[in-house]
Ligand binder design. Structure first.
Ligand code: PLP
Length: 394
């Protein structure tokens, strides 16, 4: 029997209250930001990392640095199906946003569609490892050539691997987000990661100019509320209150700020448990993936050769709208929340100079997508419920 107040949130990261207290008391003791940057770089296998207040800020700073290397180039290409607000970073850096389609097989950037969008003005392209499924980076890098920068967006993929290397450690630079809903999360935050050390030096200079983002008792209280709200008992009991904090609107701007010592101290603690929780997500996601992969009424992303996905969610595209609506309703009735990431392709949200019919795969995926939770608070019974409901609703 499902306990009446237990509801599985769409995303969750186990954070214990004593871990937040430990971070609070350790926040001033050491240079937590510098130490956290060093520890992330070691974990990821990159030469440098830079912490900031958001993944979008990391994106913005990397682009500012890239512009200094190639001032005659001013276009950036990102997939039509991904988090829309990356565009805010391109705008803030004074660049022109272009987009390309994703593959219907992988839900990630389609190298052929990308090739059609590249011009002599292209400064950078942003392949995104959506939902923790590594994209075809080798092909993308081949299409891109040597003159154009590649920035991996590994915000949803910390711990995913491609050919034995961590997502976010393959191209010259990458961005990660530590915001709500990510596998690795301190409520908010983000970082840039670098194999290209010259780029890291210039980006650090830009980062050091950003305003401070001090954390006080309010941030500590927010972290406590966040840690508690993700627990199925609390989520179910206080759902009508928590719902109000779930943002569905597309933001119109962002503040670029430094990171802070409190979240860095917490991040250092959470990094130590990341591999364990990621392996649970992988097992949870893979169990459902294997059970559902032969269903003909849905699409699941292909796991490309050499890829080890980390299942930020299990993304399921329903080919029939009424089936999608029914599945979300039935899941909720059984105490499992699900989400719709992202409702529209980016060229439908923003005026980017493309026809609405362009990039049809992105539209199919946005129309049918339901993101299913995979997090460590879930138990076998939840997976069986999900599989049964998805299989049944054609
Ligand atoms: C793929 C992807 N890129 C970028 C971002 C932006 O990160 P942040 O919200 O920390 O700015 C996110 C976060 O939602 C994301 O999922």
């Amino acid at each position: 029997m499902t306990p009446i107040f237990r509801k599985i949130p769409t995303t969750a990261v186990p954070i214990a209250v004593p871990q937040i207290l430990r971070a609070w008391f350790n926040r001033d003791g050491e240079d937590n930001i510098a130490l956290f940057e060093k520890e992330i770089a070691e974990w990821l296998g990159v030469k440098d990392t830079l912490l900031v207040n958001k993944g979008t800020t990391a994106q913005y700073l990397i682009l500012l640095a890239m512009k200094q290397f190639k001032p005659d180039r001013n276009e950036v290409i990102y997939p039509a199906y991904t988090v829309p607000t990356l565009k805010l970073a391109f705008d803030k850096a004074g660049l022109i946003t272009k987009t390309c389609d994703v593959s219907k097989e992988t839900f990630n950037m389609d190298p052929e569609s990308l090739a059609e969008q590249i011009t002599p003005k292209t400064l950078a392209i942003i392949p995104v490892h959506m939902f923790g499924f590594p994209c075809a980076l080798d092909k993308i890098i081949e299409v891109t050539g040597k003159e154009i920068f590649v920035i991996e967006d590994a915000c949803q993929a910390p711990g995913a691997k491609l050919n034995g290397k961590m997502a976010g450690s393959i191209a010259g630079s990458a961005i990660f987000s530590l915001c709500k809903g990510k596998n690795f999360s301190t409520y908010s935050g983000g970082f840039a990661a670098f194999q290209d050390i010259d780029l890291a030096v210039l980006t650090r200079r830009e980062r050091d100019r950003l305003p401070k983002n001090p954390a006080g008792i309010k941030t500590a209280a927010l972290l406590l509320a966040y840690a508690l709200a993700m627990r199925p008992g609390v989520y179910g009991t206080f759902y009508s209150f928590i719902k109000g904090y779930k943002s569905t609107e597309v933001h119109k701007s962002f503040d670029a700020l430094k990171f802070n010592d409190l979240q860095a101290a917490l991040g250092r603690i959470l990094l130590k448990q990341l591999d364990i929780y990621n392996s649970q997500r992988k097992a949870n996601g893979m169990f459902m993936y294997q059970e559902l992969k032969n269903c003909t009424h849905i699409l699941l992303p292909e796991i490309i050769p050499g890829a080890e996905p980390v299942f930020n969610h299990l993304p399921v595209v329903f080919l029939n709208e009424s089936g999608r609506i029914r599945v979300q309703r039935k899941l909720w009735e059984k105490g499992i929340d699900s989400a719709r990431m992202y409702l529209y392709p980016n060229h439908h949200i923003y005026e980017l100079g493309y026809r609405k019919e362009a990039f049809p795969n992105s539209k199919i995926i946005a129309d049918g997508m339901v993101t299913i939770p995979t997090h460590p608070f879930m138990v076998q019974r939840d997976f069986e419920t999900i599989i049964k409901i998805v299989k049944k609703q054609r």
